[in-house]
Design a protein around this ligand. Structure first.
Ligand SMILES: [Zn+2]
Length: 328
């Protein structure tokens, strides 16, 4: 892991150096192939201190203009049917988590440039108004607390400003918690949450409501897919519970959108073969990952990996990595 991280840093530095040294044109020369991109949130200013999942709307629009001008941006359906253009990069766009900022910023930009996309929604909005990673990120950033006692464990602040117990961050532990336990966490940090004036930070946690999800589903440019109910890591919770998340999020979105939902994106990209098979068994036709677990998964056409966008690097460097299909 450490070697991969060092290698990735070295390669990014090398690419940065090459871009600065006048090799930009050469590095961004046309390459061929196919990519499905993953975005999460888009905000008004490009704040990256709270999390690693947001781009500014300005960056986003410039990026969309660039890829529509230089590459072939296609609907995911066409991607699955391999309707690719030769001699260019074929790109499909996906957005995970179902943030309200997708509705407010992303959708108008995509409509303006006539760019198709898929939105993968967690159906947690039926129970609470935020996802646990956003709740924890924002509380960790704003709360003055040095430690936190939760489920009889004492979490201390780490050098990265996270609450950590036994070397594991609270956010990582939360990935495997059943919703009833997460609710206890929300309760114990409720005052910290209110103190950070959540309404003023709405861009960083608010999720779409059914009305907005339906509006996107009705637009022929876009499709809606499921992303589980609670955003738990489905490989870290009991299998029956994971299957229920996969099934219930499908059914609940079908009720909202009044159409069949046949796309599923695994939260964090974590999956097992059994869960991927279950997705196909209950009617999902497209199952989106981040990385394949095995070579045989790669051969299964319903499963597709995706390229996660990185808000910490310049657009040129992002494009170079995208063309290479790798950050390292
Ligand atoms: Zn997600």
């Amino acid at each position: 892991m450490l070697w991969i991280r060092i290698k990735s840093r070295l390669l990014l530095s090398y690419r940065k150096f090459m871009l600065r040294s006048g090799f930009k044109k050469w590095m961004l020369r046309n390459r061929y192939g196919e990519r499905i991109l993953v975005f999460h949130g888009v905000d008004s200013v490009g704040e990256t201190r709270y999390n690693s999942r947001f781009f500014s709307k300005e960056y986003f629009e410039t990026f969309i203009q660039y890829i529509t001008e230089h590459y072939n941006v296609i609907p995911l359906d066409d991607f699955y049917q391999k309707k690719f253009k030769p001699n260019t990069l074929n790109i499909a766009l996906t957005f995970d988590d179902g943030y309200l900022n997708n509705y407010e910023y992303v959708v108008p930009i995509l409509k303006k440039h006539n760019v198709p996309a898929c939105f993968y929604i967690t159906t947690i909005h039926e129970k609470t108004s935020y996802l646990f990673p956003d709740f924890i990120d924002l509380v960790e950033f704003h709360s003055p607390k040095k430690e936190l006692v939760f489920e009889r464990n004492v979490y201390q602040r780490s050098s990265r400003n996270e609450f950590v117990w036994n070397g594991v961050s609270l956010k990582n532990i939360a990935k495997a918690l059943p919703y009833e336990v997460l609710e206890l966490l929300y309760k114990s940090l409720q005052q910290d949450w209110l103190n950070l004036k959540p309404e003023s930070l709405a861009e960083y946690w608010k999720l779409m409501k059914p009305k907005q999800i339906k509006e996107i589903a009705d637009d022929p440019l876009f499709t809606i897919g499921a992303h589980g109910e609670t955003h738990a890591s489905l490989i870290d919770i009991p299998i029956e519970r994971a299957k229920a998340e996969i099934l219930n999020s499908k059914q609940s979105l079908e009720t909202i959108c009044k159409q069949s939902i046949d796309e599923f994106a695994f939260p964090f990209g974590f999956y097992t073969k059994e869960l991927a098979d279950y997705c196909l068994e209950i009617g999902y036709k497209k199952v989106l990952l981040v990385d394949y677990n095995t070579i045989s998964d790669k051969k299964q056409e319903a499963l597709q990996n995706r390229f996660v966008m990185n808000p910490y690097i310049s657009m040129d460097l992002q494009l170079v990595c995208l063309l290479q299909n790798s950050y390292y």
